[in-house]
Design a protein around this ligand. Structure first.
Ligand SMILES: O=P(O)(O)OP(=O)(O)OP(=O)(O)OC[C@H]1O[C@@H](n2cnc3c(O)ncnc32)[C@H](O)[C@@H]1O
Ligand SMILES: [Mg+2]
Length: 209
């Protein structure tokens, strides 16, 4: 029987690589992972939800409805204690231009310039939603968090987004200095996706009679 296809609905190429890597590492049989470039284009709603959950569910519902495929979407961001949890759902466009990692990070560092080391705590959050149109369409929603602190200057070339200024709790390297597998093992996204593995594994199997 042909593999069942699973759509990963993300326009962020670096995030898409992470999502694909974690799911591939889980070694789920019978599922072929496809991205948005592999399916006909469909209108994508703006991410205007107040929570990661609302945005992730919206992206997964849109992808499933447009393609008929089971669809996983991630909505994620950085919550900084000294900024009362911001940038949060605004992380991708904090400096005003969507996906401007360098500008977003520079603005964050400027905002935290006067914040002493003891109050530079933060966490990455990833919420992933899975919607399967062949089931009843109820989203399965999981959440992973990665606690750490914000440095005063960027370090490292790996990862994306705020990784160069984020040092995970218990580590001395930034998230951008970790090898890809090290990031996956610890990160918010890795944690969230691992909670989805049992549900995804069941997708790949023919329905029980
Ligand atoms: O919505 P899609 O198309 O998936 O891609 P996006 O980049 O817009 O993704 P989000 O709306 O979920 O916004 C997430 C932002 O949070 C930040 N972020 C999330 N995960 C991160 C990570 O692992 N490392 C660094 N920054 C991260 C980064 O700025 C992302 O652009
Ligand atoms: Mg987005």
């Amino acid at each position: 029987m042909a593999d069942r296809r699973l759509l990963l609905a993300s326009r962020n190429s670096k995030k898409l690589v992470e999502l694909t890597r974690v799911l591939a590492a889980a070694g789920i049989d019978g599922i072929e992972i496809v991205g948005l470039d592999d399916v006909p284009a469909y209108p994508e709603a703006p991410e205007t939800g107040a929570t990661f959950e609302a945005n992730a569910i919206g992206k997964a519902r849109d992808g499933a409805a447009a393609t008929g495929l089971p669809c996983v979407a991630d909505d994620s961001g950085l919550e900084v204690d000294a900024l009362n949890g911001m940038p949060g759902v605004l992380s991708a466009r904090w400096s005003g231009r969507h996906g401007d990692d360098v500008g977003n990070t520079a603005l964050l560092l400027a905002q935290l310039a006067d914040v002493p080391d003891a109050r530079r705590g933060a966490r990455f959050v990833s919420t992933c939603a899975l919607v399967d149109p062949a089931a009843d369409g109820t989203p399965v929603v999981v959440r992973g968090e990665w606690p750490g602190r914000i440095l005063r200057a960027p370090r490292g070339e790996g990862g994306f987004g705020y990784d160069p200024v984020f040092v995970p709790t218990g580590a001395d390297r930034t998230a951008a200095e970790l090898a890809p597998a090290e990031k996956d093992a610890a990160s918010h996204r890795g944690r969230a996706l691992r909670y989805l593995i049992p549900t995804l594994a069941a997708l790949g199997r023919p329905a029980e009679r």
